[in-house]
Structure formats: structure tokens, C-alpha cells
Design a protein around this ligand. Structure first.
Ligand code: NAD
Length: 492
């Protein structure tokens, strides 16, 4: 099996690295590709940066209206190849085909919003700030923009950044996740065949830490967009800023969902179950701590247990599958250990999803839905991101105590509340310290015209991905203060 090539300067080039990693289908363990890895891959990255910089020097002067034209083609291309891309996502990442289609839809949304860059990047003008003096602000591109992505949304996350970066006049380098490099490989093949772009404008490189470090250290890379775990996000932010770059680094999460006693049981159970187990719990917006508030937690607990037990686990391409495997065997072992840890800490395992039998896929990394209740609030598991299909159930008597608990948490990606009470909902959205709030919504994933917010240990930086924040992130502002003295005027 050949090692996947990089896409540099408009051509497919073999990596200089002698090392490679196997890419597995998480449902079967079959090796489906090999990806360049190690220090040799960093040579490819440095090469890509130099060529991207050349492309940037030309592209920055192309009018915005022309820069967005390839994005209209990109939108059609992604729409026309949605099923092919989704099949690749399912086969390398494990999620169900329906989830993969949904993922591509969210990628397309970002391309659509970036098609409006000519409007979104318009700026401010003040006439006569002092007598005869006008002042205005313009936005200019920055240079080479690099993006480092995680495994859980291989087809969507690159599009939180790519369309905005090029529409605003930058060149772009994507470093894929070494666990799921095939989806964007295919997307770049489509781009290469069908969209006429200047060489070096869009590049894709593979590899792990060495490739990332090359991006962080090279002086011609001006912005870094990162999505992944908190430990790596913190490293990317501190290293990237140390080298003078503009950095946005989205990290991990532990998302609470609050159920008020007046919530609609049927709707709440259905939505929460999808939010906890969607993508096998491997979403930064996965609901992970479910908190029925009040004395009568039992009715919600019973409904959630019943829903967990009936969820069909299997290969993502099978139509009957409601939940696929986790990404790899290390991840399966890690999640199962965390369940064990929860029991040791005193938790009560209400639903045990460890080692389910999935006929025909015995080697797959499957874990069925699991529910653990009564974890101590000062224990470790209640604040650990499990990143697997495990629900932790907690309970507080009052909304105030619940908000207090949420706000003491490390992360701040998302928090949701289910209630019919507008006042409770209003208090929640106002007081909870999280970047995305859901009200009677399970996964509060902002649509593309809003920033993908995130607070505390879930985000390092200032400007988030998507929408206007992306336009601001990929441009630098220049303020011009201008005087044209009247006594210079000629008579016309
Ligand atoms: P990860 O941090 O292991 O890897 C992400 C990227 O960083 C990969 O491209 C990887 O090659 C690179 N990397 C890994 N270790 C590195 C190191 N030591 N130095 C430099 N680069 C390194 O994350 P993952 O396991 O691929 O993804 C899951 C994590 O991503 C979860 O924590 C999840 O919550 C988070 N995530 C966050 C968001 C968000 O929007 N906040 C979205 C999706 C995923």
C-alpha cells in the first residue's frame, strides 16, 4: 500500500519521510491507507510554507470579488460529491453515514458564508474626524495560514478555516489528523481536478508533532488555527504566540446538560440521547454530564437508561446502525478504563456498554452506550473528558447549585438546559460560563455565520472559527488618517 502523498504547490508529491503510520477502519481494523509521519514529514512542511508564501504574494492583490469565485465552485463540488466524501469519513472515522452527510453539510455552510467575504470584510469610514481629516480602516490579508485538525470531523473542521483564509487573500496549509487523512485527500483531489486555483494557494501536508512544530516555528506562517485536545491546544497557543503568530486554538470539553423538572420527557430524552451518543460521544459538543434538577430525577433517569439500552451499535455504513465505533483500539481501552475508574470512585454503572458483540465486526472498536450515576463531585472522572459514549448522571436540588457546579468546571465549550420556564432559561444563558449555550437544544453547534465559541480550557485565543470572527482572524486592520488641505486644490 502506497503512502499518501502531500499536496504542495498544486501537485501531488511524495513525502521526504521514511516513516509512515497505518490508517485503520475503526469498524474492522483493516489498514486502509498509510500516512507520512516523523521528522522527515517536517521537510515537506517547510517546503510547502515557502511555496505557499510565493502564492500569497500574488493572491493578496487579487480583488475579493475574484477571490470568492472558486468558493462557489467548491460549494457545488462538495454538494455533488457529498456521498463519496461521507463514505470516506465513515470508513476512516467510524461515525454513521448519516452523521457523515451532516458533517459535510456543515462544511458546505462555511463555504457559503465565506462566499460573502466581499461584504463581511467591508470596513469603517469616518468623514471629518477633525477639520478636513478623514479616517478609515481597511482589512488586509496576513500571509500563510496554517490549520491543524483533529480526527473527529475530518470533512468539516478544515472548512471552519479554509474558505475564509483564501477569500480574505491568504495562502493556506492544512495539516490533517494522521488518524483520518483520507477524507481531505479526496477533497483535495476534487479541488485539484475541478477548480482552477493559483499553484501553492491551497496545500495539504501530513504528519504528527514534527509537522506541527515546523508550522509553529516557520517565520512565514502568520496564523495558526488549531482544533484538538486541551493539552495540545495549550501547547499550540503558547508555542505559536512565542513565535509571534496569531493563534486560535480550540480544545477539549466536558459539556453539561441540565433538565428542569418541567422539561418534556419524550423530547428531552430523545435529544439528549442523540447528543451523548452521536459520533460515539466523540464530539467536542457531546453532552457528557446530564443533570436532572430537583427531587424527581427518577423519571428522567429511567427514560435515559431505556434509550441507552436500545441504541443499535454497528458499522456506520449499515442503515440500521445508530452509533459507530470509537476511533482506535487505544481509545476503546482508554474509555473502558475510565468507566472502571468511575466505578472505583464510587459511581453506580447503570448501563454497561463495554465489549458489545457486533456480529461480523468482532475486531471493531465498539463500546455501547454506558451510563454512570452518582460520581463524587470532587472525584476525577466527573471533570475528565471521556470522548466516548458514556453519560455521567448527576443531580442537584436547585438551579443555582447546578450553575455553580457548571461554572467550577475546567471547560467552557457548551452547556444546555431543557425547560418550559423562560426565566430559568434566561438565568442559565446569562450566568453559565460557556461559549455555546443550548436552550431545548442538545448539541449547540453554531451555524457558520456565528463564531464557534468556547471559553476557559476549551479555547485559547481571541477570535474563534467561522463567520465574522474568521474574517477578522485572517486579516489585519490598517487605519488610514487622511488630510487633503483645501489650499492645494486646483480650480476644476
Ligand atoms: P489531538 O490533540 O490528539 O490531535 C489534534 C491535532 O494535533 C492532530 O493533527 C495531531 O497530529 C496534532 N498533535 C497531537 N499531539 C501533538 C503534540 N504533542 N504536539 C503537536 N501536535 C500534536 O486531538 P484528537 O484526539 O485528534 O481530537 C480529539 C480532541 O479534539 C478532543 O479533546 C475534542 O474535544 C477536541 N475537539 C475540540 C473541538 C472544539 O471545537 N473545541 C472540536 C473537535 C474536537
Amino acid at each position: 500500500m502506497k503512502v499518501l502523498p502531500n499536496y504542495i504547490n498544486g501537485a501531488w508529491v511524495s513525502s521526504k519521510s521514511k516513516e509512515s503510520l497505518d490508517v485503520h477502519n475503526p469498524a474492522t481494523q483493516e489498514v486502509i491507507a498509510k500516512v507520512p509521519f516523523g521528522s522527515g514529514a517536517a521537510i515537506d512542511v517547510n517546503n510547502a510554507i515557502e511555496l505557499a508564501h510565493e502564492a500569497y504574494l500574488e493572491w493578496k492583490d487579487v480583488p475579493t470579488m475574484q477571490r470568492i469565485q472558486p468558493l462557489f465552485k467548491l460549494k457545488t463540488l462538495l454538494e455533488n460529491h457529498k456521498e463519496g466524501i461521507a463514505t470516506l469519513i465513515t470508513n476512516e472515522c467510524g461515525k454513521t453515514f448519516g452523521e457523515s452527510i451532516g458533517e459535510i453539510q456543515r462544511a458546505i455552510e462555511n463555504v457559503e458564508v465565506a462566499c460573502g467575504t466581499h461584504v463581511l470584510s467591508q470596513s469603517e469610514f469616518s468623514e471629518n474626524v477633525a477639520t478636513g481629516i478623514d479616517e478609515f480602516m481597511i482589512r488586509q490579508p496576513i500571509g500563510v495560514s496554517a490549520c491543524i485538525t483533529p480526527f473527529n470531523f475530518p470533512g468539516m473542521i478544515p472548512f471552519w478555516f479554509l474558505p475564509y483564509a483564501i477569500a480574505t487573500g491568504n495562502a493556506f496549509i492544512l495539516k490533517t489528523s494522521e488518524k483520518v487523512p483520507m477524507t481531505m485527500q479526496y477533497v483535495f483531489e476534487l479541488i485539484d481536478k475541478h477548480i482552477d486555483l493559483p499553484k501553492g494557494l491551497l496545500n495539504m501536508v501530513h504528519g504528527g508533532k514534527e509537522s506541527v512544530d515546523a508550522l509553529l516555528q516557520h517565520p512565514k506562517v502568520k496564523t495558526i488555527s488549531f482544533v484538538g485536545s486541551t493539552a495540545v491546544a495549550r501547547y499550540i497557543y503558547s508555542e505559536g504566540t512565542k513565535y509571534g503568530k496569531r493563534v486560535q486554538a480550540q480544545g477539549g470539553a466536558k459539556n453539561p446538560v441540565v433538565i428542569m423538572p418541567d422539561a418534556d420527557i419524550e423530547m428531552t430524552t430523545k435529544i439528549i440521547t442523540d447528543s451523548v451518543y452521536g459520533c460515539a460521544g466523540q464530539r467536542c459538543l457531546a453532552a457528557s454530564i446530564i443533570i436532572p434538577v430537583g427531587d424527581d430525577k427518577g423519571i428522567f433517569q429511567e427514560a435515559l437508561v431505556e434509550a441507552a439500552k436500545t441504541r443499535t451499535v454497528g458499522y456506520g455504513m449499515d442503515k440500521s446502525t445508530e452509533m459507530g465505533p470509537v476511533i482506535n483500539s487505544d481509545s476503546k481501552v482508554r474509555v473502558e478504563r475510565l468507566i472502571e475508574k468511575g466505578i472505583q470512585e464510587g459511581g453506580n454503572l447503570l448501563v454497561d456498554g463495554r465489549n458489545p458483540k457486533v456480529s461480523g465486526f468482532e475486531k471493531g472498536n465498539f463500546i455501547a452506550p454506558s451510563i454512570i450515576e452518582g460520581l463524587p463531585l470532587d472525584g476525577e472522572l466527573i471533570s475528565t473528558e471521556i470522548f466516548g459514549p458514556v453519560m455521567s448522571l448527576a443531580n442537584f436540588k436547585q438551579l443555582d447549585d447546578t450553575i455553580d457546579f457548571i461554572n467550577k468546571g475546567l471547560y467552557g465549550n457548551m452547556a444546555c438546559i431543557f425547560t418550559r420556564d423562560g426565566l430559568a432559561a434566561r438565568k442559565f444563558r446569562s450566568e453559565v460560563m460557556a461559549g455555546n449555550i443550548g436552550i431545548n437544544i442538545g448539541v449547540a453547534a453554531p451555524v457558520a455565520q456565528f463564531p464557534f465559541s468556547g471559553w476557559k480550557e476549551s479555547f485559547f485565543g481571541d477570535l474563534h472559527g467561522q463567520g465574522r470572527h474568521a474574517i477578522e482572524f485572517f486579516t489585519q486592520t490598517k487605519v488610514v488618517i487622511e488630510r487633503w488641505p483645501k489650499n492645494w486644490s486646483r480650480k476644476f
